[in-house]
Design a binder for this molecule. Structure first.
Ligand code: NAG
Ligand code: NAG
Ligand code: NAG
Ligand code: NAG
Ligand code: NAG
Ligand code: NAG
Ligand code: NAG
Ligand code: NAG
Ligand code: NAG
Ligand code: NAG
Ligand code: NAG
Length: 489
């Protein structure tokens, strides 16, 4: 390890302590993790010393110190609900269902899936609609992979409940096609669920995004995710997140005081992985939630969201189903304005233009609209200094609604909604699995995918730019409406 690398590592560690995030005190080269505490203390000491002598305005943050040698392929994938149409010039990305089927088919030895619940087949719901066949195709392909191709299938899911009885996984397990484990967050951390949607193939390819293991997520619910192929560096890191779930999904498991060092990571917000993909490149890392499930080095999902917002210079565009600066499922509900504050701070203090595209369906809790109105209320021209100069604090909220076009669509329970969970700024693409309310970052299992890719290369391969265009497409579509249509003063 040369001096420059060492400085980078130690400063990376230091800047992290400074910002109070969860960080690993180790890196690949020095393997500090396995060396006694004394060395770690020494390293921190060195870090402090170095930091003291280096100019403060040169943050060591965000220096990519790991280079992935794979030639990765990144693909945005979406589900556009049946009968939704966009302008003829708008881009629609590859369908989620077909992409996941492709992933199953390229598997050589292992498919690992971390999920909330399973309803891939039509018979899982009392109401039948023909569009469930997409889910059945996926289910059959999984069954077939376990049966005829000798693929090892490992599944982690949330504990089954009355509403989610997970017959799909019960069937896969009872026929010996899959090893299925359930994770009980109530027992492990007192509340919460696993809400992740992750597919990991041969520790080489993966999907992460909003789509549940549900046929509706393939045809009736609007979803967005990313598929990463031929990318062992990142897939190995995703494997560590899977291994955390897997380890905790046994009866007597507890959150360990000290994680197995193999679950630690050196790829995080301070040290993202440098990745070449398609014909371009960027830096990337994966975050995880809740903090209790983050071994050393893993940036928490909330920290990654805050970091992305903080680093935006011109705009932050957010598309999330639910937006609440409170907890939603744990009682008494608590005010939890961490993200809300960060967005207001960006708009007011840094003049970043903020847009939030939330979702509305018949199950939307009405108070969400009031919190969104509160956020939008700082959209104003404020006087600054003398000479009547004003500044536009730019915050806009719109509501995306998926219309119901047919009688059958009306009858499908919990469908026809925009389930997206992503954010795009002038620097980053963030693709997540969590709604934006407190619970998701305090006690819910979720994953974030963070790509740093500036505008330097406006090539068509720039995934950040593609995500930006998805946001623009949706924001200006006929399905997005002003907040004022939903809420009267
Ligand atoms: C993003 O990546 C660029 C190019 O590697 C780097 O200069 C910049 O510091 C990074 N920004 C952040 C916020 O990580
Ligand atoms: C909805 O889509 C289905 C399948 O593509 C089509 O058969 C049907 O005519 C469409 N209905 C409407 C109202 O657009
Ligand atoms: C679509 O793009 C073409 C070619 O750029 C352009 O001529 C046409 O006006 C566009 N149509 C719409 C509806 O924007
Ligand atoms: C699904 O599982 C539940 C509970 O185990 C059972 O009552 C139900 O009959 C099953 N449904 C199907 C279609 O197998
Ligand atoms: C999960 O853990 C809680 C608390 O220990 C327990 O009450 C509950 O029965 C468990 N659920 C299942 C399905 O095992
Ligand atoms: C992945 O790499 C293999 C071997 O280099 C290649 O054959 C395959 O086409 C690549 N797949 C993708 C999706 O890029
Ligand atoms: C500032 O605004 C006031 C009130 O609108 C107006 O009377 C005044 O002329 C303006 N001054 C300048 C320098 O524009
Ligand atoms: C939602 O509620 C409205 C008003 O009650 C109703 O017209 C509409 O069909 C409902 N939508 C769905 C998908 O159930
Ligand atoms: C987001 O919250 C809604 C409830 O408002 C829930 O139905 C939906 O499943 C959640 N989605 C995700 C991915 O959390
Ligand atoms: C931009 O594209 C050019 C040509 O494709 C390439 O040589 C260069 O490395 C790219 N720069 C970045 C930052 O991706
Ligand atoms: C990368 O290449 C794949 C395969 O050609 C394509 O499907 C995908 O859309 C490309 N990704 C980006 C970000 O352009």
């Amino acid at each position: 390890m040369n001096v420059q690398q060492e400085k980078t590592t130690l400063l990376g560690t230091q800047s992290v302590e400074f910002s109070g995030q969860h960080r690993c005190l180790c890196n690949r080269t020095v393997k500090l993790c396995v060396i006694p505490l004394i060395l770690i203390a020494l390293a921190v000491g060195c870090g402090l010393a170095l930091n003291y002598y280096l100019p403060r305005h040169q943050p060591a943050h965000h220096v990519p110190s790991h280079k992935c040698t794979d030639f990765c392929t990144l693909t945005l994938v979406e589900t556009i609900p049946q009968n939704l149409t966009f302008g003829q010039n708008e881009t629609i990305h590859v369908p989620t269902g077909q992409s996941l089927l492709d992933l199953i088919n390229i598997a050589e030895h292992t498919i690992e899936i971390a999920s909330y619940y399973w309803t891939l087949r039509g018979i899982d719901l009392s109401y039948h609609d023909d569009t469930s066949k997409e889910g059945e195709r996926l289910f059959d392909a999984l069954m077939n992979a376990g049966q005829n191709r000798n693929i090892k299938l490992k599944i982690v899911q949330n504990v089954p409940s009355k509403d989610y009885n997970d017959n799909d996984t019960a069937l896969l397990a009872s026929q010996g096609k899959a090893e299925v484990r359930t994770i009980n967050f109530t027992r492990l951390i007192g509340s919460g669920i696993i809400h992740t949607k992750m597919w990991l193939i041969d520790r080489k390819h993966f999907y992460v995004g909003s789509a549940n293991l549900d046929w509706r997520s393939l045809t009736q619910v609007k979803e967005l995710g990313v598929i990463v192929r031929n990318c062992s560096c990142l897939a190995t890191d995703m494997g560590k997140i899977f291994d955390v779930y897997w380890q905790l999904a046994v009866n007597d498991a507890t959150i360990p005081k000290q994680w197995n060092p193999q679950l630690s990571t050196f790829i995080n917000d301070a040290n993202p992985e440098f990745v070449q993909y398609n014909n371009t490149k960027g830096t990337l890392y994966l975050s995880s939630s809740p903090p209790q499930l983050c071994p050393p080095g893993r940036t928490t999902d909330i920290d990654s969201i805050l970091s992305v917002i903080k680093n935006a210079k011109y705009f932050v565009s957010v598309a999330v189903m639910d937006y609440f600066p409170t907890t939603l499922y744990s009682y008494p509900r608590k005010y939890w304005a961490i993200i809300d504050d960060a967005l207001r701070d960006a708009a007011f203090n840094r003049h970043v233009s903020v847009r939030v595209l939330a979702s509305y369906w018949n199950h939307t809790a009405p108070d969400m609209l009031y919190f969104l109105r509160s956020l939008q209320s700082i959209n104003m021209h404020i006087p600054v200094g003398k000479r009547n100069k004003t500044l536009h604090v730019n915050v806009e909220v719109k509501i995306f609604e998926v219309p119901v076009y047919t009688e059958s669509q009306r009858k499908i329970p919990y469908a026809r909604v925009n389930h997206n969970k992503y954010m795009v700024t002038d620097k980053h693409a963030y693709i997540g699995t969590s709604n934006w309310s407190g619970d998701y970052f305090i006690s819910t299992g979720g994953i974030g995918f963070i790509l740093n890719q500036t505008n330097i290369n406006k090539t068509s391969d720039n995934l950040r730019l593609q995500l930006h265009n998805v946001f623009e497409r949706d924001w200006y579509s006929i399905y997005s409406h002003p907040l004022d249509n939903y809420i009267t003063v």
